[in-house]
Design a protein around this ligand. Sequence first.
Ligand code: K7E
Ligand code: CUA
Length: 654
Amino acid sequence: MKNIFKLSIGFLITAVAFTSCNDQNSSRSKGALNTSNAEKVYVAPGEHDSHYAFLSGGFSGNLTVYGLPSGRMFKEIPVFSQFPTNGYGYSEETKPMLETSYGFVPWDDSHHPDISQTAGELDGRWIFINGNNTPRIARISLTTFETEEIIEVPNSAGNHSSSFITENTEYVVAGTRFSVPVPQRDMPIKEYKGNFKGALSFISVDPEHGHMDIKFQILMPGFNYDLSHPGRGKSHGWFFFTTYNTEEASTLLEVNASQNDKDFIAAINWKKIEEYVNNGGGTMMPANYAHNVYNEATHTTTSTMKKEVRVVNPSEIPGAVFLLPTPKSPHGCDVDPSGEYIVGNGKLSANLTVHSFTKMIDAIENKRFDGEAYDIPILKFEDIVAGSVEQAGLGPLHTEFDGQGNAYTTFFISSEVVKWKLGTWEVIDRKPTYYSVGHLTIPGGNSRKPFGKYMFAMNKITKDRYLPTGPEMEHSAQLYDISGDKMELLLDFPTHGEPHYAAAIPAEIIKNNSRKIYKLAENEHPRKALNESETKVVREGKNVHIYMTTIRSHFSPDNIEGIKVGDKVFFHVTNLEQDFDVPHGFAMIGANNAELLVAPGQTRTLTWEAKQVGVWPFYCTDFCSALHQEMQGYIRVSPADSNIELSWSLGDDF
Ligand code: K7E
Ligand code: CUA
């Protein structure tokens, strides 16, 4: 009786607290808690979201998968960073994925995911993402949600204007943020100007398998190439890159790179360069870069070092590269769904500048140039500008489109999203973001066919939006309904790492292709065991290979003797399960790496060094059945000079 009384008092207090909280919040961010908005993001237990969102992990190096409109996180896909949760970058099969010309680099800073396209529309086959720090581009399968390929980008540094897709996924494009000496060499930093180069890389994508290969690099002047987007529709065949530091400063850039009233958007006619290269144009240059490819049949990654790359200088091929003056240190470079408008988000400019593709072509055809920079013609600002959105906000960064003739731009300093109309350049609506927004995403926003129902903003500062978690908070995203004239804030949801950009897509395009299991019969791993009778332990000198299987709820073998101090033990674990969502884990005491999480039908290898005499346990880390806790085994390690024979067993001791 007493307890029930206490309980109901407690309930009352909680209810009162919630009510007063509601009142406070509704005055602070009006509309966010109104019931109809709550219904718009409510996905009932067991129901599915309508969209997938893939958020870059920023300094986590990975990619996170969310559902919209619920904001629920489904998965973190490891890409550039080791990931103990499933052993990526620790297992022998996945370690080669993180090989580079600098050796094993188990981390990166990933900014811009982009989904593959066919005819300018999202096709949902792959998603690409850039490694900013040690320049790399990764391709992730949207069937298995695993990283399948990483290619390193030579002659590049700060791979930021990446990874954006042309409209038939002909190329994934990567541009250097930092210009550097090409080839790298010892030289005074003061001699930057005129000597450093900015490489823009066009990486071809095999239409069937997605395999990447650097088709060519354009060696541009030593500016900073910040962001880029493909032309589409009428401007298909062109690619646009924002630049800053056209001053070519190498020190105190906050002052020295903010001198010029206008920087440039570089317009690259890649079709023309492709044709030139197909006819033997350009020069093969020595280089050193890793190309890492995962083979789904062998479940194994192979890393190869490539030794040369084709480079093209703009002066070799007149008419392929132009500079469009754009105020002032532009950051985002966004192309509308029709391909006509190129938006330069000048972060130090009060207005938002929009260039016209038609006017650009006209000026080029009539050779109306305003001088040149390093042999690249500069067009006249007045000739190419389509219009500008006046005094729209402070610190414009990025723009996306809804496919209904509207654009949405984020303003970092004034912390808001502004909706404006293409063609009339009038501001239609503005909504605050909490706080300091970077990118925003509309599903299909970087394509000819945006799905303009939702938009979400990814904010740099979280502050008071959630319960405090010490000095550092996870970043926060905010979901808006953009189906009406005015944007409506629906939901806040926390994100992981720093999601700069995200790509989102209607769930129907992907979900039916999602892989349920790997077929055992198709497993071609060289050290697989396809049933328990194939399990064995093989000594090759100091290396001992254990061909092991898992099935609910045991390992085979589970008792192994004859290992000696100084041996290197390779556990090759094949998961015999052929059921959806039944992985088994494998962890070994004292292993200097991580566990393995082995998907049904897959083989994964953990390396363990036998350092001490004793009997050492291993176990399954993933709660797989009622007898998961029984899923364990022992390795007996004897002195280096012992003569205990290698033996292995399962169920022999009774
Ligand atoms: Cu603006 Cu790296 Cu696209 Cu961050 S970048 S916000
Ligand atoms: Cu297998 Cu737990």
